[in-house]
Design a binder for this molecule. Structure first.
Ligand code: C2E
Ligand code: CA
Ligand code: CA
Ligand code: CA
Length: 279
C-alpha cells in the first residue's frame, strides 16, 4: 500500500507539472496575443421576450492561437486575471465592442445595447470609469448603448468604492447588469444599496427549467424580486422553445441563448441581423 501511495504522489506531481507548464505557456502566449491580433469578439443577440425584438448583443472574447488553435475564455480569462493582462485585454474588448456597435448604428444595421463582461481587477482599477467614458467619447458611441456585465463577487469588495463607481456610471447613462445571478454566495443586501439596471439569471437555472420544479421556482422568484426592485431580468442559456415559452409566461424581460443564436463573428452577425424576424 505504501508503494502504491508513493506512485500516486509521483503521478500527481507529474500531472501538476504538466498543468503548470501549460499555464506558463498560456501566460507567455497571452502576452503576444494582443500584439499579434489573435483576439476576436463574437456577438450574441439578446431579444425582448414579449415582442421577440432584438434589443442587445453580448460581446464574447475569442482567442485563435496560430499553433494551438482555439482557446476558450474559460481557460484563458483566469490566467489573464492572475497575470494582470486582463487590464489590457479588457480595455481592448471595450474599445472594440464600442467601435463595432457604433459602426452597426452608422451603417443603419441595428440600434442595440452592447453588453461587455468586466473582470473584477479591471473594474477595481482607479480611473476605470473615466477611461470608459473617454473611450465611448472617442468612438462616439452614446453611453446608453453600452452595458457592463459585472459579477456578484465583484460588488462585495470595497463596497463604498463600488457604489461610487456605479453611481458615476449611472450618471453617465451606462447600464449595469449582474452576471451569473444566483450562483455567488453574496448577500442580497447589495441589491438595495447599488444602482443596478438588470439581473442576468445564470444558465445553470435555465438548463432544466422545464423539468425541474426547483429551478422553475428559483427563476420565478428572481424575476418577481427583480421587478419589485425595478430591475430588468434577462435569462441566459435559453436553448429551446419550451424554455423560451416558459420564461415568457413568467414575464422575464429578455432572453439570450442558442435558441435565438450562438455568439457570432461580425460578418455572420450582420447576415443574422438582415434576416431576423421577431416571432
Ligand atoms: P458568461 O459571461 O456567463 O457568458 C455566457 C457563456 O455561455 C458564453 O460562453 C456563451 O457563449 C455561452 N452560451 C451562450 N448561450 C448559450 C446557450 O444557449 N447554452 C450554453 N450551454 N451556453 C451558452 P463563452 O463565450 O465560452 O464565455 C465563457 C465566460 O468567459 C463568460 O461567461 C465570461 O465570464 C468570460 N468572458 C468571455 N468574454 C469575456 C471578456 O471579454 N471579458 C471577460 N472579463 N470575461 C469574458
Ligand atoms: Ca456575461
Ligand atoms: Ca453565466
Ligand atoms: Ca461568468
Amino acid at each position: 500500500a505504501k508503494r502504491l501511495g508513493r506512485n500516486n504522489v509521483q503521478w500527481y506531481q507529474a500531472e501538476m507539472e504538466i498543468l503548470q507548464n501549460k499555464r506558463l505557456n498560456l501566460r507567455a502566449m497571452l502576452k503576444q496575443a494582443i500584439e499579434n491580433q489573435e483576439f476576436e469578439l463574437y456577438y450574441q443577440p439578446q431579444v425582448e421576450a414579449g415582442s421577440g425584438r432584438l434589443v442587445g448583443l453580448e460581446a464574447l472574447l475569442r482567442w485563435q492561437h496560430p499553433v494551438q488553435g482555439f482557446i476558450g475564455p474559460d481557460e484563458f480569462i483566469p490566467i489573464a486575471e492572475e497575470t494582470g493582462l486582463i487590464i489590457e485585454i479588457g480595455q481592448w474588448v471595450i474599445e472594440q465592442a464600442a467601435t463595432y456597435n457604433r459602426s452597426l448604428q452608422q451603417r443603419g444595421l441595428a440600434e442595440l445595447v452592447m453588453a461587455v463582461n468586466i473582470s473584477s481587477l479591471q473594474f477595481q482599477r482607479e480611473g476605470f470609469v473615466e477611461q470608459l467614458e473617454q473611450t465611448l467619447n472617442k468612438v462616439q458611441l452614446a453611453p446608453k448603448w453600452f452595458e457592463l456585465e459585472l459579477t456578484e463577487s465583484l460588488l462585495l469588495e470595497n463596497i463604498e468604492q463600488v457604489i461610487h463607481k456605479l453611481q458615476h456610471l449611472k450618471q453617465l447613462g451606462i447600464s449595469i447588469a449582474i452576471d451569473d445571478f444566483g450562483t455567488g454566495f453574496s448577500s442580497l443586501n447589495y441589491l438595495k444599496r447599488l444602482p443596478l439596471d438588470k439581473l442576468k439569471i445564470d444558465k445553470s437555472f435555465i438548463n432544466d427549467l422545464v423539468t425541474d420544479k426547483k429551478d422553475a421556482a428559483i427563476t420565478r422568484a428572481i424575476i418577481a424580486m427583480a421587478h419589485q426592485l425595478e430591475l430588468k431580468v434577462i435569462a441566459e442559456g435559453v436553448e429551446t422553445l419550451a424554455q423560451s415559452t416558459l420564461l415568457q409566461k413568467n414575464v422575464c424581460d429578455e432572453l439570450q441563448g442558442y435558441f435565438f443564436s450562438r455568439p457570432l463573428p461580425a460578418d455572420k452577425l450582420e447576415v443574422f441581423l438582415k434576416n431576423y424576424l421577431p416571432s
